[in-house]
Design a protein around this ligand. Structure first.
Ligand code: DOR
Ligand code: ZN
Length: 351
């Protein structure tokens, strides 16, 4: 029997780039339509490093919400070499920050102010461990001598593993995992309950060959870059396993078409236009639609110590056409992932 309608608790997105200004206004309605809460990335220009920045950014997000939409942005602090432990802890205790984000300096978009060495922020990490504030990690080494396809695995061995040993009670989310190595590492530490991993829809759906299918496809370029098929299969297996550490984080990361289709194009896939439908497609291909709710709506809140949503949403098996483009402002647009293509599932809203 095939399932034609799926009702699940309203999901949350544990990793989102909403940007600011006209881009925020253009992309926010998509995320807020499907997800009840989202962890908002702080890599703005300039980055949101202090609680006051995050509180102001949260107010701009709430002001940009369409009428009548219920959506809670959960804010993060952008860690730098200069982050003050007390300042950060106050932001967490005051309820402004839900977590702090570690970008190794220059690992990805707007990460130039990121952390240059974990030694420098050891007191900050100690304080975070004490107060139970999660550390969200972009897990790639930045040495240009390390092959781009190896940067996550090398990060796990040389940085993440010693970090967990040095801070045995720190709670950590390894963001947007892309390798079988990451899946195995997270599983090996699952019993501690202190490690989680987000998985994007695009990493469940593409491997590295797709980026070069018939020509170079800049809209499929993101960081960490998609890996070979064996890794994609490991991600699908993990996401659809129902296991507690794995949860939904789209890493939807909009850039304008001009910024993507350039000699040096920006990293990021914009999946928010149809995020849930994309995940449903990946879960159905694996024959595991029954596990979508655990991944999308239960495992994340449990990790963050929040209640799962009391709202419910429906997905229906009928075609959805992904928008060709999303207009940002006159002459500027974002191209959604799978732009113009037909997906098998449709988001049918709150029920
Ligand atoms: O592809 C990506 N885009 N990866 C990141 O880590 C950052 C993001 C962005 O902000 O554009
Ligand atoms: Zn991201």
């Amino acid at each position: 029997m095939t399932l034609d309608r799926l009702v699940i608790r309203r999901p949350d997105d544990w990793h989102v780039h909403l940007r600011d200004g006209a881009m925020l206004k253009a992309v926010l309605p998509f995320t807020a339509r499907q997800f009840g809460r989202a962890i908002i990335m702080p890599n703005l220009k300039p980055p949101a490093t202090h609680a006051a920045d995050a509180a102001a950014y949260r107010a701009r997000i709430l002001a940009a919400l369409p009428e009548g939409v219920r959506f809670t942005p959960l804010m993060t602090a952008y860690l730098t070499d200069g982050t003050d432990a007390e300042d950060l802890a106050r932001g967490f205790e005051d309820g402004v920050f839900t977590a702090a984000k570690l970008y190794p300096a220059n690992a990805t978009t707007n990460s130039a102010h990121g952390v240059t060495s974990l030694d420098r922020i050891a007191p900050v990490l100690e304080r975070m461990a004490e107060i139970g504030m999660p550390l969200l990690i972009h897990g790639e080494v930045t040495e240009q001598s390390v092959d781009i396809f190896d940067r996550e695995a090398v990060f796990i061995d040389t940085i993440l593993s010693p970090l967990l040993d040095r801070h045995p009670t720190l709670r950590v989310v390894l963001e947007h995992v892309t390798t079988a190595d990451a899946v195995a590492f997270v599983r090996a530490h699952a019993a501690s309950g202190r490690i989680g991993a987000t998985i994007t829809a695009h990493h469940l759906l593409i491997n590295r060959s797709h980026i070069f299918q018939g020509g170079i496809r800049p809209h499929l370029y993101c960081l960490p870059i998609a890996k070979r098929e064996t890794h994609r299969l490991a991600l699908v297996e993990a996401a659809t396993s129902g296991e507690a550490p794995f949860f939904l984080g789209t890493d939807t990361a909009p850039h304008t078409v001009t910024a993507k289709e350039a000699a040096c194009g920006c990293a990021g896939c914009f999946t928010a236009a149809n995020a849930l439908e994309l995940y449903a497609e990946a879960f159905e291909d694996a024959g595991r639609l029954d596990q979508l709710e655990a991944f999308a709506s239960l495992n994340g809140p449990r990790f963050y110590g929040l209640p799962p949503s009391e709202e419910r949403v429906a997905l229906e098996r009928r075609p959805t056409v992904v928008p060709d483009v999303v207009l940002v402002s006159e002459g500027d647009a974002v191209l959604p992932f799978r732009s113009g293509e037909t997906l098998h599932w449709s988001f049918a809203g709150l029920v």
